[in-house]
Design a protein around this ligand. Structure first.
Ligand code: ADP
Length: 489
């Protein structure tokens, strides 16, 4: 399955021999059914779709397409498991199952990382060092809360919501599944989860792990499919809670679909996050943070630092250093441990990114891309920098979800706060400065759910994550993440 990779070279003239992660140890079936009520069942329509490796366009496996009938079966199984087993089980027993899932994931971390890289196109370095360890940590973290909920909600009566319908996107497939499933189970709910159509494999591997853990049948059900499958979950009358991460357009659609029902909803949607560099910032560290913030995971990060604001006095220096660093990035085979930027998740997404790059050029912004080699097959995009960008430009306003960074300059603190907040989104922001007081000033004024100081894209299961404005509502992670899965009385 591994693609033969030639020697890599980037603009710096340094060459590295390929260092491919082995795929010999992974166990992928040719075809996957739906995981409902603890069993693998065929989709009632008999339909399957293919999931491909975006780095070489080869088919990895066939996956069942669940329709309304299948979703109904899954929701009924989740309801039965909730009523008869999960809600009656002592919390300390629930905790043991969640802990066991975390341990089993950890044991299979290497296999999960490789499958994530094959299915999503993300570099093995990211899936191995970020996605999979963080996903395990979410299960560990929430296993710890399961029997301590009275400390999470002191002096309050609370109860679980029931059946949680969870729909996740393709940018962090396993991690998003962990973000959704772990707190739901810890709070005593049962789950029907749908992974994204381009990245179903690690959720299906998680279903195998769940089966192995002995979790009672029906507590977690995994159904694969497209938007119609997601819509069937959202609209099912016996689903008590909808948790969605994905595009703002679908998020708005979901809100309309649940209007007038008593379903609880959390939405984690798009972003156009700002990274702000002041003249007193440690510039090299900041440049590295900017590179990580936007080119990490091919820019497929809802909180990607896609808008850079640099104080005018250091703008030239920052742009020069950014270009130099971009020249040293490796774009290519995601399985290669040297790769910085892997494959774009799908052909459709590559088309979206290329459309925005074209718009940027037409808007008169100045584009810079290193002249690195790209593989002949698969969906790849060079890291792209736009300077000479106006606040009103489409590339500075709309979410691109790719490795594309815009730069604008500013003179004063008030000016940059006003510019950074001038966005329909408000997911995250980064501030780079030597002054603690300035950090506190900005964190209170930036309308963003997360503000990082002198770092970017740092995650921890104990910290809540979520947005303002069109970036959605509700928080995931930490204590706040549990709250979304209980009714406080
Ligand atoms: P992205 O742009 O990140 O792919 P989407 O919002 O299109 O985001 O997809 C995120 C998830 O939502 C996927 O699992 C997708 O299948 C699902 N989805 C798409 N349309 C709908 C819908 N109308 N109702 C519920 N889920 C949907």
């Amino acid at each position: 399955m591994a693609k033969k990779t030639t020697k890599k070279s980037n603009e710096t003239g340094w060459d590295y021999a390929p260092s491919l992660e082995s795929i010999g140890h992974i166990d992928l079936k040719e075809s996957y059914d739906l995981f409902i009520d603890g069993k693998w069942v065929k989709p009632s329509s008999g339909k399957y779709f293919e999931t491909i490796n975006p780095a070489n366009e080869k088919v990895l496996a066939k996956v069942a397409h669940a329709n309304e009938e299948d979703v109904d079966r899954a929701v009924k199984a989740a309801r039965k498991a909730y009523d008869t087993v999960w809600s009656k089980m002592p919390a300390s027993e629930r905790a043991k199952y969640i802990f066991r899932i975390a341990r089993l994931m950890q044991e299979r971390a290497r296999e999960l990382s490789v499958i994530e890289t094959l299915d999503a196109g993300k570099s093995i370095r990211e899936s191995r060092d970020i996605d999979v360890p963080l996903a395990c940590n979410h299960f560990f973290y929430y296993a710890g809360w399961a029997d301590k909920l009275e400390y999470a909600f002191p002096n309050r009566d609370f109860e679980p919501l029931g059946v949680a319908g969870q729909i996740i996107p393709w940018n962090f497939p396993l991690l998003m599944a962990a973000w959704k499933i772990a707190p739901a189970l810890a709070a005593g709910n049962t789950v029907v989860l749908k992974p994204a159509e381009t990245t179903p494999l690690t959720a299906l591997k998680l279903a195998e792990i769940i089966e192995l853990s002995g979790l009672p049948p029906g507590v977690v059900n995994i159904v694969t499919g497209f938007g119609d499958t997601g819509a069937a979950i959202v609209e099912h009358p016996e689903v008590n809670k909808v948790a969605f991460t994905g595009s703002t357009a679908v998020g708005k659609h979901i809100q309309r679909a649940v209007a007038g029902t008593d379903k609880k909803v959390t939405l984690e949607l798009g972003g156009k996050s700002s990274n702000i560099i002041f003249e007193d910032a440690p510039i090299d560290q900041a440049v590295e943070g900017i590179i990580n913030g936007i080119f990490f995971n091919q820019g497929h990060v809802c909180c990607a630092g896609s808008r850079l604001f640099v104080q005018e006095s250091v703008a030239e220096l920052v742009v020069r250093k950014l270009k130099q660093r971009m020249d040293s990035l490796y774009v290519g085979d995601p399985l290669d441990k040297n790769t910085d930027i892997g494959a774009i998740n799908s052909k459709e997404q590559l088309e979206v990114i290329n459309k925005y790059i074209k718009i940027g050029i037409e808007e008169g912004a100045e584009m810079y891309q290193p002249n690195c080699e790209l593989p002949d097959k698969g969906y790849f995009c060079r890291p792209t920098l736009f300077s000479n960008v106006a606040q009103s430009n489409v590339i500075a306003q709309e979410e691109i979800f790719g490795p594309v960074l815009t730069i604008q300059t500013f003179r004063t603190v008030d000016e940059v706060i006003q510019k950074a907040n001038n966005s329909p989104y408000g997911l995250a922001a980064g501030v780079w400065t030597d002054k603690g007081s300035r950090i506190f000033n900005l964190t209170s004024k930036l309308r963003a759910g997360v503000v990082w100081a002198n770092t970017y894209n740092k995650f921890d299961p104990a910290s809540p994550f979520g947005g303002y404005k069109e970036s959605g509502f509700g928080r995931e992670g930490g204590l706040h993440g549990l709250r979304a899965y209980v009714k406080l009385k």
